[in-house]
Design a protein. Structure first.
Lengths: 75, 189
């Protein structure tokens, strides 16, 4: 993995995703990763969500917070 | 733990209860999509899966087994992932076993460990200023802003923001390791 790959993985592993319209929208940088980078981004996201949930007063990850925001119509 | 303890409140429209359900279900549903990680954006699929689970929860027919809503979510995620593979014309993956994924819904779910939560919070509190800012910005945005926007708000270049975020997670991983706490290796990578 190059340094550029590592920075891409760090971005793709976040919970940020453009709000879907007619179809799902991927993280814009996901397409720039190869197979190995996508696997790493998956694993990184899983590890980060556990960390985030531990730091959240309600035990929620940023994924769960993003979903609740969509339910509330905030996104 | 049977996550269906939240079901009655979820059916009543209680989003806090759905949050409680997600805190236990999210890792299981994410893991059930692991075999798709090379060909679709699992985070996007996962968020849509959880949203659809909230929307269709009233249709759940109890079968007397625990974690019925979790098993429904795994099925929704699997179907959505397969639709995405078709839509994007990606090459289907091997090792895509629905029964194995559903079995994840039958495994016991542990409640969060309060001691681990305390240790992680203490390690976070020891972070230097810039890494702490990057980590806090990600947490506060809760997936609502991309890293470009978060970096701009902190008056950092994108690469600087990402380097600070990387440093934050690595320092927390080191801190936990020094306390003898086993962590996911990817956190410190």
């Amino acid at each position: 993995m190059t340094d550029d790959d590592e920075l891409l993985i760090e971005q793709v592993a976040s919970a940020y995703r453009p709000v879907p319209r007619d179809e799902l929208r991927y993280h814009p940088r996901w397409h720039d990763l190869g197979a190995a980078g996508r696997e790493r981004a998956f694993a990184r996201a899983r590890a980060l969500r556990e960390l985030e949930a531990a730091l959240d007063p309600d035990g929620l990850s940023t994924t769960a917070r993003a979903v609740l925001a969509r339910i509330a119509g905030a996104r | 733990m049977d996550l269906d303890v939240y079901l009655a409140a979820i059916l009543g429209g209680d989003t806090r209860a759905f949050g409680g359900w997600m805190s236990g279900a999210e890792p299981r549903v994410r893991d059930s999509l692991r075999s798709f990680a090379q060909v679709i954006d699992v985070e996007a699929v996962l968020q849509e899966t959880l949203l659809r689970t909230w929307q269709v929860a009233p249709r759940l027919v109890a079968d007397g087994r625990p974690n019925g809503l979790l098993r429904m979510a795994i099925r929704i995620g699997r179907n959505l992932a397969i639709s995405e593979v078709r839509r994007t014309k990606a090459t289907p993956t091997d090792g895509d076993d629905l029964e194995a994924a559903l079995a994840a819904g039958d495994r016991p779910i542990s409640a969060p460990d309060p001691m681990l939560r305390k240790a992680i919070a203490e390690c976070r509190d020891k972070l230097p200023d810039k890494p702490r800012q990057a980590l806090d910005a990600r947490l506060a945005s809760a997936g609502g802003q991309d890293d470009d926007d978060l970096a701009t708000a902190l008056r950092m270049k994108l690469n600087t923001f990402l380097q600070n975020f990387t440093r934050a997670r690595q320092l927390i991983a080191d801190c936990l390791g020094k306390r003898g706490i086993t962590i996911d290796l990817e956190l410190g990578a």
